[in-house]
Design a protein around this ligand. Structure first.
Ligand code: MSP
Length: 506
């Protein structure tokens, strides 16, 4: 079994913001989890660089489109290591092998009779790169999404026989009720199939795109070019090797609802026409919102990821977006929200648990500043709880309930903190008669902390390694969780994990 995950390829008409980072982080967390459980995984992200929207942005910047896309695409690429994202390939739709792939696939669809010439007139929104019907527009002929006037266009273009795929699409939805999650998005997508019209897939008005191989007066519409990135990438990600046989089709494609229609209707129809297998699942997550609106180009700085990463590294931000916003629903993010979670959950709940547990181990069991983690009796209630935590966490991660999985870990973190309060090791240490209970308690805390480190590792990779190291467990040992990993390890005085923001500010 293999795991292939994709993010949308991002438009290079503007710089990356936290909304893009969100999808990229989520897909990275899925990939890291799959690798942790031993599945071979491939993670693809990249940039979408053709179409009139990009051509216009390049012109506005006074740059040649290729130079412009090179520059902005690089910003998306630079963000990946800052976020600690381990993608396997970064695709650009201006890559020569991608363009050749699109031409080849389209030729196949054309030869099959699925592509024909026709004249079309309608209302076009450049920002959406799509036509709208009269009924869909707002007052003043404005785009319902961008709220700005659309243009009336008439073009003779190549059309894809989308309507011919209606029955097959319906059959696919009926047979695969989990192919789009969450359920509400499945229903929304299913509703779109009822009114299918053929789709214009080429443009004569622009030149910035992939040439239609049988008609040099036209370039392909950006979406047919863009969607096939998910397939083309596998053919040239590794030089001299075609990974398609191993990884196609995608296990899960992660995206937000803004591009649901393209992925849930056009994409499967294109694939059917091209005789390629359909993705197993689309996961539609919600929007990060700021003041009730979708975070976007103009609002990207409402929560600027860069200073946060500079100050704290990527882990607190990765944690924050997945913890604050239920994965699959919309949710508000803010600087204050980040600081609150950082202080209460990272500095207090997790940071204190680790530092006081390690300190007590050294203080009560240490010889020359080094303590050995004691063994824990098999009937420990903390052990039972750790095992249940891992089982639930694993099931939730498998189901892509990333926020639910974090909550499961947090319930356990709080339980461990409560265990410290209930057992009060400082009181036990006062009486030699309690030595065994003291050792057991400290052993339970150490094993519990390693359990937390294992389960947090997809979300906070370097924090997990640091946490485990404080219990003497190295990164390699952390890969395979079992109760008892900590036993016999050397613990020394801990160093601070999450300096508190209040103190940092004071
Ligand atoms: N280029 C197309 C996608 C082509 S895929 C074959 C595109 N690009 S985009 O730059 O607009 O990126 C849209 C995606 O960015 C969303 O689907 C989502 O994954 C992510 N997000 C952008 N803003 C976001 C939020 N405010 N909240 C959540 N996700 C956000 O569409």
């Amino acid at each position: 079994m293999t795991f292939y995950v994709t993010t949308p390829i991002y438009y290079v008409n503007s710089s990356p913001h936290l909304g893009h980072a969100y999808t990229t982080i989520a897909a990275d967390v899925m990939t890291r989890f799959q690798r942790l459980v031993g599945t071979e995984a491939f993670y693809l992200t990249g940039t979408d660089e053709h179409g009139s929207k990009i051509a216009e942005a390049a012109e506005a910047a006074g740059e040649d489109p290729q130079a412009f896309t090179d520059r902005i695409s690089q910003r998306f690429r630079d963000l990946l290591p800052l976020l600690d994202v381990e993608n396997d390939f970064f695709i650009r739709t201006t890559d020569a092998p991608h363009k050749a792939f699109v031409q080849q696939v389209a030729q196949r669809m054309y030869d099959k009779g699925d592509i024909y010439k026709d004249t079309y007139s309608g209302w076009y929104c450049t920002a959406c790169e799509r036509y709208y019907n009269d009924g869909e527009l707002l007052e003043g002929n404005a785009c319902p999404i961008h709220k700005r006037p659309v243009e009336h266009m008439e073009e003779t273009n190549w059309f894809f026989r989308l309507s011919a795929y209606k029955e097959r699409l319906i059959a696919h939805f009926d047979a695969n009720p989990e192919w789009i999650v969450p359920r509400a998005k499945f229903n929304e997508a299913r509703g779109l199939i009822d009114q299918l019209e053929d789709l214009s897939i080429s443009r004569s008005s622009i030149t910035w795109g992939v040439d239609v191989p049988w008609d040099d007066s036209q370039v392909f519409y950006v979406w047919i070019d863009a969607l096939f990135n998910y397939a083309s990438a596998l053919t040239y990600a590794v030089e001299g090797e075609d990974l398609s046989a191993k990884f196609w089709p995608p296990t899960v494609q992660v995206l937000a609802k803004d591009i649901l229609k393209f992925h849930s209707v056009y994409w499967p129809a294109f694939l059917m026409s091209a005789d390629l297998a359909l993705p197993e699942q689309l996961f539609i997550h919600g929007y990060l919102t700021v003041g009730g609106d979708k975070m976007g180009k103009s609002m990207g700085n409402a929560l600027d990821p860069f200073p946060i990463i500079e100050q704290h590294g990527p882990d607190p931000l990765r944690f924050y977006v997945l913890r604050e916003v239920q994965f699959g629903s919309d949710g508000a993010v803010s600087q204050e929200g980040f600081e609150r979670r950082y202080d209460t959950e990272l500095a207090n709940d997790l940071g204190n648990l680790v530092s006081r547990s390690a300190s007590m181990l050294v203080k009560y069991l240490g010889v020359d500043g080094v303590a050995k983690v004691p063994a824990v009796p098999a009937d420990s209630a903390v052990r039972a709880s750790a095992e249940a935590t891992i089982a639930t966490w694993r099931a939730q991660m498998t189901e892509l309930d990333l926020s639910g999985a974090l909550e499961t870990v947090w319930v356990f973190v709080r339980e461990l903190n409560k265990h410290v309060e209930d057992r009060a090791p400082w009181a036990l240490a006062k009486d030699e008669a309690n030595a065994e209970l003291l050792a057991t308690t400290l052993g339970e805390l150490a094993e519990g902390i390693v359990t937390v480190a294992h389960a947090l590792s997809p979300v906070m990779p370097s924090t997990s390694v640091k946490v485990a190291a404080m219990i003497g467990v190295d990164a390699g040992a952390l890969q395979q969780w079992s109760w008892g990993i900590a036993e016999g390890r050397d613990v020394t005085k801990p160093s601070p994990l999450f300096p508190r923001l209040e103190t940092a500010k004071a």
